[in-house]
Structure formats: C-alpha cells, structure tokens
Design a binder for this molecule. Structure first.
Ligand code: 9MR
Length: 490
C-alpha cells in the first residue's frame, strides 16, 4: 500500500474508552480514596464474566441470535453472564435492507430492546461488508453504489442512533495472504476503489457522532502478519489525516494452538496509534485445559492494555456456534461452564484496574501520535484528584473523586458507602454545574434529565455491608467537576 492508499479526502478526530480506578488511593494521593481502597475487599472476585470485566472498566459481551431468544436457558445465561451484545446476523445489510430503500429492523430491535432493558452495551455489526450483501447491491453503478452505501449507513445508524456503543463500520476489507495493504476484491473496491473504507467512516461519523467507529477483521491477530500490517498502516494513515476512526476490532476466531505469541503486542501496537481495541468475535476451537489456557492468554492480553476496552465471544453455547464442531465457546451444548469459562473469569478478576482512560470524543482533531509499536503503552498522567465527601447522614453516603482529566473530558469514581446498617440497593444523585455529560458509566445504571443525574446500583453491587463500600465510575465530557452528591437507599 502506498502513502495514503485508502484516501478519499477530508478531516476529523478520535474518541473514548472507559476505565475504572479501584486502587487510585493506593498511590496515596487522597485520604478518602485511600480509605476506599482499604475498604474494598481485597481480592473480591466477581462471579460473572460481565461483572468481572466491569471491575477494570471493560465489558464482556456475546454475539446473540434473535432466533434463539425463545430458548430460556440461552437468554438466562446471556443476562446473567454478559454485559454487552453483538447481534450475530441481524444488523447485516441483507437483514436490514433486503431490497433497496426498504429497511427492516424487527430482529435486530428484538436484541437491542432486550439489551437495553438490561443496561448492556451494544455493538453494531456491520455496515459495509462484502458478505451477507443482498443481491441488488451487486448490480449498482458506481454512483448508485456510493449513494446506496451512504444511505444504508444513514438509515441503519440513524435507526439506532444513541443506542450503539461501537459500530463495525467496515468489516473484512483486507485480503488474506496478500502483500501488505492489499484489499480483498469486492463490489466496493471494484466500483468505488480503495477509498470506500474512508467514505464509509466519514458517513458513519456524521450519522451517529457518539458511536465509536471500528474497523473489524479476522486474521489480524499476529502483530507482524501482512494483513495486520495493512490494517495498522490504514489506521495510522486515518489518524494522521483526521479520518474518523475510533477502534480496531480483532475478531480473533482462533484455535487453541493458534493464539499468536505477540497477540498482546499486537493489541498494544494498535492502541498506540490512538484507537481503542476490542476483541469482537472471539472463539477458540479446542477443549479442556489447552482451550482454557488459550482463552486465558487472550483475556490477559486485553486486560494488560489500557485501551483494550472489551471482549465479545461469538456466541454463548457450543450448541449454537457457527463452528459447532470446534466447540469454541465458554459454555458447552448444555450450558455448562467449561474450563475455558473459569480461565476467563479468573483472568478478568485478576485484571489490574486501569489507570489510563482513552481520550473522550472531542470536537477538534487530535494530535496524531507517532507510530509506536512498542508493546507497552504508557498510561497518561493523572490529574490531581479532587473529591467532595458527603456526610453519612442516612443509610449511605457517596464521594466523588476525579481520577483523570484531559482537554474536554474527565473520569470520575464514586464511592458509595453504607452507614451503620447494610444497604440493599442505592441511588446517587447530583446536578452538573456546567453542562457536563456522561459518555460512559460502569458499575451502575444511569438516568439523566437535563443536568440532573441519577445513578442506581448495577444488578451485582446493590448490597453493601455496614460500613463497607462499592464504587461506580464514568467518563464525561466537559470540565471536571465535583458536584454535591446525595445517596439514598430504599
Ligand atoms: O456467525 C455468523 C453466522 O451465523 C453466519 O452464517 C455467517 C455468514 O456470513 O456469519 C457469521 O458471522 C461472521 C461475522 O459476521 C463476521 N466475521 C466472521 C463471522 C463468522 O463467519
């Protein structure tokens, strides 16, 4: 690929990721936080994948097929274990726009409504892909294809505007086994040229400015593979020219013997370009402890890199996996937890809390970081935390600490502490003083009305023993603020 091989013109910027800072106080910067660190049960392990991932500010998702949602065990396992979802097929072009200009969202809506009712993150998959493309697209002329592509992006993203955490804007555009940077030949390259990727990302940013925009592909797990180098160069080029891109999705369809030794380095090298990394379609063929070890390595590789913001397994049970013969998932055909499940859960629970949130969405182009393929990203410097302890007048109190800030955004952590009696459920409220808006919140459920914010406990952290505490956190846009918090418990 040449200098700007995927160029199609124009300029823009990056965005967000979230992180929890459980042990900020371990650095001794603030008394209240030190107390928090001391009061959180050391080594307290979460019992589900989603809750364990949330401890380090990450999500753990699964691909879900609407067609299996009449299986109550399937839905119960999804609800219990995962806090994010990707519709497996329901948002693809053939499903959403089977004939030109005629959009259908029934199946995808089913998944989205359910996920929303459970407070899950939703990944949109996928807008522009050579696969599962309705036949009418193949017959279009260049101009028609361009307008059909943009129209498709506008309608699908528009339908879900504000509901999608991250979109796989372009999927699987790079060729297998080619030279660095070669794209797979498709209707898109043939009619629009290589610039179709950039065109799609620009249209996507305009369609839903608050969704993270990801490039997603398989066989880009090895840091040095030609296909990986091609995607790396594209992201670097996009960042340098201000083409909007926020994340790279590593599908990671693997087998127990094929997790590359440089997998973590690979995640880190993409992150160092200034994008988030998400593992988007993880499944690992194999069995027993070897499969579990492979899952453990993948999980640890993500949790070791601050900008690896979450993982999604491509299904829940081996029974419904697209590669069922490989038994590649965390639950067997009877929904029993496999060794791989325990390996992932343990690795998530062992994750070091993140100290480096990715920058939040900002209206100005970000400086392009120099490409750095070093495996270790350095955490961004934290600002001095500030806090507004509220007195323990009722059943609970809440204390907000600013743990990081950057131009246009900040990250805070709120400690919710029970008074003399245990609480079962809590609600924290405050009013923003200066138009701040939360971009992402974890370990709680939020509702916002103008400048008033109400955060309730998540399903797993409502119960707090007398004198103990739990935390939730968020990233927000605007100037760091320390509003007065009130905490109530029913
Ligand atoms: O899991 C999906 C399967 O049900 C479909 O039949 C298949 C058809 O293309 O797509 C599968 O999902 C793919 C994903 O959308 C993109 N990356 C590869 C996945 C596995 O094929």
């Amino acid at each position: 690929m040449g200098e700007n091989p995927l160029s199609a013109g124009g300029g823009r910027r990056p965005r967000a990721g979230t992180r929890r800072l459980l042990v900020a106080g371990a650095l001794g910067v603030l008394g209240t936080v030190t107390a928090l660190a001391a009061s959180v049960p050391a080594g307290a392990a979460a019992g589900t994948l989603g809750a364990a991932a949330a401890q380090s500010g990450r999500y753990y998702g699964a691909a879900i097929a609407a067609g299996h949602m009449n299986d109550s065990t399937y839905v119960a396992t999804w609800d219990r274990e995962y806090n994010a979802v990707t519709p497996e097929n329901e948002m693809k072009w053939d499903a959403t726009e089977p004939s030109r200009g005629s959009f259908r969202f029934t199946s995808a809506d089913q998944i989205v409504s359910h996920a929303q009712s459970k407070g899950m993150k939703i990944r949109g998959h996928t807008l522009v892909w050579h696969g599962q493309l309705p036949s009418w697209v193949g017959g279009l002329s260049t101009n028609d294809l361009r307008s059909a592509m943009v129209n498709h992006i506008n309608n699908v993203m528009g339908h879900y505007k504000g509901k999608i955490y991250a979109w796989d804007v372009v999927n699987e555009a790079f060729a297998d086994g080619g030279s660095v940077g070669s794209l797979r030949s498709s209707i898109f390259t043939q009619k629009l040229g290589n610039g179709f990727i950039e065109e799609a990302f620009r249209a996507a940013r305009a369609a839903d400015p608050n969704a993270k925009l990801c490039y997603n592909d398989y066989n880009i797990d090895d840091a040095n593979a030609n296909k990986t180098r091609g995607v790396y160069n594209m992201v670097k080029d996009f960042k340098a020219r201000g083409v909007p891109i926020d994340c790279v999705g590593l599908q990671s369809h693997l087998s127990q013997g094929s997790v590359p030794s440089n997998y973590q380095q690979n995640i880190a090298q993409f992150a160092a370009l200034g994008v988030d990394v998400q593992i988007t379609e993880l499944d690992i063929g194999g069995s027993g402890s070897a499969q579990a070890d492979a899952y453990r390595r993948v999980t640890q590789a993500c949790t070791a890199v601050p900008r690896c913001t979450g993982m999604t397994v491509w299904g829940i049970t081996d029974k419904y996996s697209w590669r069922s013969g490989d038994n590649p998932l965390l639950f067997d055909g009877n929904f029993n937890k496999k060794q791989a499940y325990t390996a992932v859960l343990d690795a998530l629970n062992a994750a070091t809390p993140n100290t480096s949130p990715s920058p939040t969405i900002s209206p100005t182009p970000s400086p392009t970081p120099s490409p750095n393929t070093s495996p270790n990203t350095s955490p961004s410097p934290r600002t001095s935390p500030s806090s507004t302890p509220s007195p323990v007048t009722g059943a609970c109190s809440a204390t907000l600490t600013t743990v990081n800030s950057w131009p246009g955004g900040f990250q805070s952590e709120v400690t919710v502490r029970a008074g003399g009696s245990a609480v079962d459920g809590w609600t924290v409220k405050w009013t923003w003083p200066g138009g701040q808006t939360i971009s992402s919140l974890w370990n709680g459920t939020q509702s916002v009305s103008g400048s008033s914010v109400t955060v309730g406990n998540a399903a797993y952290n409502g119960s707090i023993a007398a004198g103990s505490s739990t935390t939730f956190g968020f990233t927000a846009n605007g100037s760091a603020a320390t509003p007065t918090l009130t905490c109530t418990s029913p």
